[in-house]
Write a protein that binds this ligand. Structure first.
Ligand SMILES: [Fe+2]
Length: 224
């Protein structure tokens, strides 16, 4: 059962945010302009932090689910996608990579803990016949850091993989920018480091529940 973070304004049968330019649309335009002139997005942290500090309209774009954290798409273009993630308590992500893309995470509300993991190069060991076989690679636990509302984190695969979880008794919301958009990524078994490819979907798209089969597949995967 999806739970709305706040009431969605309406005009006739159309949500208000489909009819008027919202500050979040201005943010999308500013992000697009940034990536048009700098593919590394150096101004992204400042743009995300300024939006978080000045606006509350993002609340109309977030759903929560009792089943898992939600991925709510705000904008997608060739250069990037912008999402809001809704984290009820105890809804942590799996350990995952970012498909060789950049990821910024701006905490809108609540607290989120980010834990880094690295996967060392597999070490080959020779058996009695001299045949070398790669030993299983075990994930190495890295640093954990808690980000409060207003904080912006950055990660890519050259830094680490990570696991995100909400802290405390309150739900959390984070805005994520992926450049380029990420449709598939790898999740990792915490005990063995075994990777698994998964497809990513959206719980909602521009404020409307998507009901996509892909999202259901991901929910089932994360439950196992
Ligand atoms: Fe991530």
């Amino acid at each position: 059962m999806p739970i709305r973070n706040s009431a969605l304004g309406s005009f006739g049968s159309y949500p208000v945010h489909f009819m008027t330019q919202q500050p979040i649309d201005d943010l999308c335009a500013a992000l697009k302009a940034e990536f048009d002139q700098d593919s590394r997005g150096k101004a992204v942290p400042a743009l995300l932090a300024a939006y978080q500090a000045e606006h509350q309209g993002w609340r109309d774009w977030v759903f929560f689910s009792e089943e898992r954290y939600t991925r709510n798409l705000i904008m997608r273009c060739e250069a990037f996608e912008l999402l809001l993630l809704g984290w009820a308590t105890d809804q942590e992500s799996p350990i995952h990579d970012h498909a060789d893309q950049y990821c910024w995470m701006s905490v809108m509300e609540g607290e989120l803990e980010e834990t880094h993991y690295t996967l060392p190069e597999p070490v080959s060991t020779a058996d009695t016949s001299g045949v070398a076989t790669p030993a299983p690679a075990i994930l190495e636990l890295g640093r954990s850091k808690t980000f409060q509302a207003g904080g912006v984190a950055f990660i890519d695969d050259s830094i680490a993989y990570h696991l995100i979880r909400p802290m405390g008794a309150a739900p959390a919301v984070s805005m994520h920018l992926y450049a380029n958009p990420i449709d598939t990524c790898r999740i990792f078994c915490p005990e063995t480091g075994r990777p698994e490819d998964i497809s990513l979907g959206y719980h909602s798209v521009r404020g409307e529940l998507s009901g996509s089969a892909t999202a259901e597949t991901i929910r089932a995967r994360f439950r196992s």
